[in-house]
Every structure is written in C-alpha cells, then in structure tokens.
Design a protein around this ligand. Structure first.
Ligand SMILES: [Zn+2]
Length: 406
C-alpha cells in the first residue's frame, strides 16, 4: 500500500499547496480520498495513472474537497474508459455528478456506481470485497463529514511445503484443506495439523483518512491500530479557538487521535494557508506523538518500503534539496537525515540537476532555456513516452525546505 498526498492545503490553494486529495495505491489500483480542484493534474505529476482509479471517496461537500471530480471524470471519458468506477460520499453526491453531466449533455461511456452515506449512521461498510473493505464513520465538522478506513483483509499464512511433504502430504486438495485451516487425515490414519504446516495469517495493511473534524471518538475508531493515519492539522495550538469554531483540528488534536488509536504512523495534512512553513505544526504534533510526518505533496509513503519503492515515480520535482546547506545547518540536518531513510527522498538527490547553486544557475541559463522549450511537449505527452526526459522543477525553494520533508 502506497499513500501519495496530492493536495495538502485547506480551503484555498497556496503557491505551493493544492486542494485536498490523497491517493492510495494498492496492487495496481488507485483509490482517491477527496478530489480537490487539482487532483487530476497532481496525479499526472505524481506518476499515478488516472485510468487505474477504482474508488473515489468524498468526505463532505465543502467545495475544496470535491471540486475536481467533474474534471477528472470528464478526462476518463476522453480517455475512453470502459471499466465502471465507484464513487462514495455523503448523500447528494449522485445528484451532483449526474446533474453536471446532464448539464453538459455528456453520456458517459463507463458506469458510475454510487454509494451514498446517510447522516444518521454509526458506521457503514461502503466497500467490501475479497481483498479489502472500506468503512465510513461520521466526524464532527460544521457540516456532515465522514472519515474512512481502508482495511486489507488478513492474508493467509505461508505454507511450509517441505514440512508438509515430509509428513506425507502429496495432493493439491490436501494443501488447500490445510491452507483453509483444517486438519488432514492421511490414509494410514495419521492426522496432519494445519497449524503445523501453515504459518500465522499476515495482518492486512490499513489506512485511515480523517479530515475536516474536531477531535472525536469516531476518528479514533477509524484509526485504531492502523499502519498509517492521515489526519488533518489545520491549525497550531495557538489557534485552538479558531479550530473549535470552524470544526477543525489542531496538530495536538491529531496527535491525540494518533495516541489513542495507537496508529503506527501519523501523517498530518490540510494545513491552513497562514502556515507558509508547516514545520510548526509538525513540531507540536511530535511533542505528543512519534512518529509523525508532514504530508508532502506527491511524496509517497510506503507501508512496505522494501517491496514498494520505485513503483510510483514522480514526473516533476517537488523541491530541491540543497545538500550544502544541510551540512551548514546541523540542527535541521538531523530531521532530514532521520526521515530521508524512510521516505526514499534519496532518489531525488540522485536525479538533482546541476543548477542548485545560485551562482551556477546564472552560468548555465542557456541550458535551462533550452530545457524550458521542451515543456509544452512534455505536458501534452500523456503516458509512456516520457521516461527519458528529466523531471521538471516546479516548486520554489524556501529557506525552510529542510523542515518540509519527513
Ligand atoms: Zn477542508
């Protein structure tokens, strides 16, 4: 399971942050949580195929959380999608989407399956199949808002085939029976126990998406024992009054939910535009819970890095890392070092272009100009043909950059 934040702003986008959306990649499928205005572009930049979207989960009807859905569905139509798509959200989502396409006089060539969530539920399984389920629970916001938990079902334990053969198991049927947890009786009457052959079931991955809410018990229930909790932290502690008034969380609230739910990793996002540098929010969260990370747009978070690294490859730079300034500021360095191991940001360092120093950028401006000319070609290119081109740097560097990464 790979989590890719696509937009970590709240309410209004900033020069460097986009409206809320988080993608979950699992075995080739993409599941979107919220769909802010820039979601489809951010997916393209993050290297996530829009054609692979299986489910779109909308939390509530504040415009910044669903304003990208019509554009995205329209792109899928233009891509001649045929597979059905599931859209899950509070009651009204079906009416909104269908009205828009009726208004535009578009007859979609793929099916939309809607699951609507009513206000009076305690919890609802909105998706349930062989591999995973998704649960929704109401949160506490200024309007009806739900949080989601994506839970993989436990995988069966590994079969020790060698041991089974040595005990006399030969046929596929017998293996199947053992794998299903039942014992097998051999012809000579000896019983081979399933527990001797099959290992412990492996717990499935889990992810909770909790945004636009005050602290509430349902958030804790959604996040209980998850591998990753994505929780909003719109405000710092100094603006706790404002958080209460607008139905949002402070970074301390996010840490409280993380502590009570015993999640393995807290990722905070949905930052108010007033925090040019959300490090202050991270610091407050980390005082109460560790490990806590800042959600960084397009920076993947892995539940199993050894298996998952390199699957999702960004098409653009998020920010440059200036290694020289790292070594000058030793206090910040420790944050950067600790985190870069986990997040895979080293990959970016390798691909870093030459012009990170200010002096050198002047000298090789000619080269940069030629690179810029390629831009339109790059943007028009839709899928496969771009691997040879260097990723484009799109976000300006700030003096606080080292704080911005996990
Ligand atoms: Zn919001």
């Amino acid at each position: 399971m790979i989590i890719v934040p696509l937009g970590v702003a709240s309410a209004t986008p900033t020069a460097t942050r986009h409206l809320p959306s988080v993608a979950l990649w699992r075995e080739g499928d993409v599941h979107l949580f919220d769909c802010g205005e820039n979601t489809q572009m951010r997916m393209l930049q993050a290297g996530l195929k829009r054609s692979k979207i299986t489910n779109i989960f909308i939390t509530h009807f504040d415009i910044d959380h669903y304003s990208g859905i019509i554009g995205l569905l329209s792109t899928l139509q233009l891509q001649r999608r045929e597979e059905p798509l599931n859209i899950i959200g509070p009651k009204g989502i079906k009416k909104y989407v269908e009205w828009n396409f009726k208004f535009a006089d578009i007859d979609l060539n793929y099916d939309l399956n809607f699951t609507e969530i009513k206000e009076n539920i305690e919890s609802q399984k909105v998706v349930d199949n062989d591999d995973y389920y998704v649960e929704a629970r109401p949160l506490k916001h200024s309007r009806f808002c739900v949080g989601y938990r994506f839970q993989e079902k436990d995988k069966p334990g590994k079969v020790d085939a060698q041991k089974a053969t040595s005990l006399g198991i030969t046929e596929d049927e017998q293996f199947k029976t053992l794998k299903a947890g039942e014992d097998v009786e051999l012809e000579d009457g000896t019983i081979v126990k399933s527990s001797d052959i099959v290992g412990h079931p492996r717990p499935g991955d889990s992810f909770a998406y909790v945004t636009d809410t005050k602290y509430c018990p349902n958030a804790v229930k959604l996040a209980m024992n998850t591998n990753i909790l994505y929780h909003e932290a719109t405000f710092s502690e100094s603006l706790a009054d404002k958080a209460e008034e607008t139905g949002h969380s402070t970074s301390a609230d996010a840490a409280r939910v993380a502590t009570e739910s015993q999640t393995k990793l807290l990722v905070i996002g949905h930052f108010s535009a007033r925090y040019t540098n959300p490090f202050i929010l991270l610091r407050e969260a980390r005082e109460k819970f560790f490990p806590a990370w800042l959600a960084t747009e397009m920076r993947p978070i892995y539940t199993n890095p050894s298996q998952e690294k390199g699957i999702v490859k960004q098409r653009v730079y998020i920010k440059e890392i200036d290694e020289n300034s790292d070594s000058k500021r030793s206090g910040e360095k420790s944050y950067d070092k600790k985190s870069s191991d986990k997040s895979g940001s080293k990959r970016f360092r390798k691909r870093r272009p030459q012009n990170t120093k200010k002096q050198s950028s002047r000298s090789d401006s000619g080269e940069r100009r030629t690179k810029r000319k390629e831009k339109p070609r790059y943007n028009n290119d839709d899928s496969d043909n771009r691997s040879s081109r260097p990723p484009k740097h799109i976000t300006p560097r700030t003096p606080f950059d080292n704080f911005d990464r996990f």
